[in-house]
Design a protein. Sequence first.
Length: 413
Amino acid sequence: MRIKERRNGLTYICWCTATAALAASFVPRSSAAVEVAAGDWTLTASGNVNVYYIHSSCEEQTTLGITGGLACRGAAGEDSTSSVSNGLLPAALAIGAKTTQKGLDLSVTFGFYPGISTNDGSPNLQQGADLLNTALGTTAIDMRQVFMTFGNDKMGEFMLGRNIGLFGADAILNDMTLPGVGAGNGNYAAPANTSLGSIGLGYIYTDWLGQINYTTPSFGGLKITVGIFDPLEPITQGTATPEGSPGYHAKVAFKSDVFYASASFISQKHEGPLNIGDFDSRGFDVGGKVTLGDFEVLAWYYDGKGMGTTALYLFGATITGQERDSDGFLAQATYKFGDVKLGVNYGQSNLDLASGEAPSDLVKTNEKYTAGVYYSVTENLTAILEFSDVHAEAHNGIENDSNTFNIGAYLSF
């Protein structure tokens, strides 16, 4: 057995559909990964640890709240909140193995994503414990990735397992707040595993799905991916129901030296309890980025029916199955000089009422801007400072505002 260290680096927030290189990291930069050669197989390991002091000034507790609003609100008479937590990414350890047999490139990946906040039970939904963020607590492991790939440059590649989705993936993978914090996640009385970044504030979270995909070979920089995925229940449904067909998604992407563009599509049928709340979801996104030396500008737009907002299918339909329309966009510009990168982005997510639905405290718009400074202390260590301002508005006119300041570090390997 021999151990060597790879120094050729992974491309910064590059999306290569259904490949082990991207999925094994979900890390914005990783300039060194460990490889261990064992016979015909190569074992790999990569990951990150990120930690931030996060301070949020939330909307006053006495102000009416917004259902689905992402501006944090005060609690227990306190409008300000502090936490030492992960940012948009949890910590990560991705372990993989790859080989070539009979002309086929084979690989498997297992991705472990622990946070640092106390969250016994579900690290994302805050389920499984009566009290959180207390003494004698622990942090749960978010097992996001378990998948295999096989194929080659001529036939394309198949990916089977749990991995990042297609719809909305490029928006979050190119979000400058990915290694940072962006929007905080509530008032941090009981911290979740991650912050929001720009989730629900410019794009719907792509999520991690059980899926089977096929990606074509590259045709002059153009690749197409098609696949099916395990259908998801709406978070607010409360009762699990069997689904008669899988979800469907697809993506087309083009990459050149200075330009990247992509578009994706997603659809799923939902079976409501007792067939009362059946509805259909479909959505698409489109966007791209241009990189000219140290300057980069990008934008992504999404549109959906029954897709909801923030998370897949959250508030996508009424209890009687009437779909709500939604759309949003993220725009961003960054400039790097020396070891310092400056960036600003703005995002907005909108949710319409269903036909005939009366105005309520349901969210109409969530929007955010973030300004950030990202300093490369070393090849693998980045110091990050960000300020984000969030505004939420309901269909009945209620408005909430909050802002978040964070400072910390991101270390990848």
